[in-house]
Structure formats: C-alpha cells, structure tokens
Design a protein around this ligand. Structure first.
Ligand SMILES: [Zn+2]
Ligand SMILES: [Zn+2]
Length: 370
C-alpha cells in the first residue's frame, strides 16, 4: 500500500492550526473537491483524503493520538479513520455540509438533471460603526447568468444535444483497474451524459453568460471581521433545472480611529488635564452611540479604567450588549502659554520638597500596577 500522507499536509495547514481555522480550510477544500462539482479524475480521492484528515484532526482526542503516534496510533484502538465512499462522508458531516452547501447529507448527489450552481464568495468592507449597529448594503455581484439565447442548454436554438454514446447518457464509465472497478466521469461528455453538436453562438455551449446582480444585504448588528453571511440561492444559477448555489458574503470591518473591539466590549482612551484629575470633572466620552457623560471623581490617577455598562457591541445571536471600557489618560501639554508655565512652575516649587519625601508617589504607583 502506498505511504499515507500526513493529515496536516493533506489539508495544507500548520500543526498548530486552531479548530476554527481547520474548519475553514476544510470547508474551502471540500467546496473545491466536492465530487458533484469537480469532475476531474482524482477529485473524489482528494475529497476522501481531506475528509479523513478533517475527521481525525477535528476530534481533539484523535488529534492528540495522531500528533503523538502518527497514523499507526489510529489503527486499531477502537476507531477507524477514513471512509469507504463519498456518501459516508456526507452522512458523517451532514451538519457541516448543510452549512456549506445548503443541503443535508441525505442525497446531495444525483446525476439526472443539471448540476447545482456554484457557490460564490464576496468580500464586503464595512465601517466599524456599521458593524456595531448593522446596516443594509447594496452590492453588485459579478456572476454568471443563464444564456438568454439557449436558456442554458448550450445548444444552438432549433438543435438538441445528443445522448453520449460512450456512457449511454449516464455520465460515468466504469474502468477496470487490476481487480478494482472504478467509476469515473465519462471522458467523452465530461460527466454530462450528452454531447452538444451545434453550440449556441452567444455562450459557446457553456449555457452561461457573464453578468452582474444587484443585491441588498442586511447586515445584522454586531457582526465581526471574517464573519460570513449566507444568502441562500444567490450563487451561480444551476443548469437544466438544478438549483442555484449560495452566496457567501465575508465581512471585512474597517478599523476605527477611536474604538477598538475586544469580543463584545469596546475599548477607548480619553485624555484629561492634571487639574481635572485632581479635582474631578464631568467629561464627554465618545461612544458608539455618540457622546456620553462620564463623571470622574477627584484624585483619579492616569490609566484608570471606567466601565460604561451596555455601551459595547450587541451579540449577533442574542442582541445583548457588551460594555465600553474607557481609560483615562492624564495628558501633558506639548506647549503651554506663559500663564500656564508660570502656574505650573509655582506648583513645582510648592511640590518639590514633598516630592522628595519617601512614599509621596507610592499610593499612586500601587494603584496603577494593580
Ligand atoms: Zn447559449
Ligand atoms: Zn458520456
């Protein structure tokens, strides 16, 4: 038997890959090698290989054994890695596949009729505040449309495709190899089951023409960078009555000058003057909902963090909002007026003796480091 490929290598990931990243990579590869959409000869084998790798690496216990002992560790010991056929993969990962492709694991295949349209991924940039509050975005998605001349058949109007004589219309042929019988896509008709003799002039037999579709995407409040929205049925059209694919809109959130996001919380800084820190003050703090009043008590040290409850980002799922953490920084002016200079000099004269006393700053430093 041929040497088995390393699972990490099969998926093209680092050994330190996170569970989330692993799922993402598998999703991409599964879309690529899905035997219903990839008709190349080795697609099914690759699909099985990546699915086996994912089956093992997505299970923390199996992954640990594999990391320690390699393929040998997974033989015996009660579990079986790998799949006999593609349908088994669909049934094991039915949840994943309904996520990915919009159908369950039950029976996604079926050679009769056309192929389901391909999925499209569309990256969409939005502002930071649009992500926090949600928005409607109009997008123009480049995608194929069914040819308006032949209606997607690919055949010149007035002519009909003929049944492929190599496979008798089944779209696949059985090849005998050693003692194995392998089903592969028919080489004459590329799995279609028919051959077009007279190509449509408009689409050159492809059935599709390039097009664009204008769509409005409703972006829920709280979306984060890299989140994906699925628009069911908005992918490429299917041929010969097959359903269309899905559109995946990948959100790219632009950074904000004042706010940073950490989970559902917002983090920002605000500068105050030394007198405000000493005497306390009521200041205006910019939040994602606009300015909000914040009362700062007297004797506030630089670096102190105040929490504005429920002024953070809403959860996409529950709508519950995080908090806004605002850190107060006592600012030192870059330049001062003669009057300010005079007053600060006076302060320095008064403070100088005390500053040199042991423990003058100790209180403050203790509060900052805790
Ligand atoms: Zn056409
Ligand atoms: Zn054929």
């Amino acid at each position: 038997m041929a040497e088995k490929r390393d699972y990490y290598e099969a998926l093209g990931v680092e050994r330190s890959v996170s569970a989330d990243e692993l799922k993402k990579v598998y999703r991409k590869l599964a879309l690529k090698y899905h035997p219903d959409r990839n008709k190349s000869g080795d697609a099914e084998a690759r699909f099985k290989e990546i699915s086996e790798a994912y089956q093992v690496l997505s299970d923390p216990q199996k992954r640990e054994i594999y990391d320690r002992y390699g393929h040998a560790g997974l033989q015996g010991g009660g579990f079986q890695a790998g799949f006999q056929n593609v349908d088994e993969i669909f049934s094991q990962f039915s949840d994943l596949f309904s996520d990915f492709f919009g159908f369950g694991g039950a029976s996604p295949r079926g050679r009769s009729g056309g192929r389901r349209g391909a999925d499209i991924e569309y990256p969409l940039k939005i502002d930071f505040l649009e992500a926090v509050h949600g928005c409607d975005k109009e997008i123009m998605v480049p995608k194929k449309a069914l040819c308006d001349v032949c209606g997607g058949s690919g055949a010149r109007p007035g002519t009909t495709p003929i049944t492929c004589s190599t496979c008798g219309g089944r779209g696949e042929v059985i090849q005998a190899q050693m003692f194995l019988r392998i089903r592969t896509a028919c080489p004459s008709c590329h799995g279609e089951g028919f051959i077009i003799e007279h190509h449509c002039d408009r689409c050159h037999g492809r059935g599709f023409i390039p097009s664009r579709e204008k769509l409005t995407v409703s972006i829920p409040a709280g979306v984060d960078d890299d989140m994906q929205l699925r628009l069911s049925g908005k992918g490429e059209p299917g041929l010969r009555g097959a359903p269309p694919g899905d559109l995946y809109v990948t959100i790219r959130v632009e950074p904000h000058a004042d706010f940073r996001r950490k989970g559902l919380d917002i983090i920002s800084q605000i500068a105050i003057g030394y007198p405000q820190a000493c005497f306390g003050a009521t200041i205006q703090v910019p939040t994602v909902d606009g300015d909000r009043e914040l009362h700062i008590p007297s004797g506030t040290p630089s670096g102190k963090v105040f929490v504005l409850r429920d002024s953070g980002v809403p959860s996409v799922r529950t709508g519950r909002r995080g908090d806004h953490h605002v850190q107060v920084v006592v600012a030192v002016p870059k330049s001062m007026s003669p009057e300010e200079t005079e007053l600060v000099r006076k302060l320095a004269e008064v403070q100088n003796e005390r500053v040199n006393e042991r423990g003058f700053w100790r209180d403050l430093v203790t509060r900052l480091t805790h």
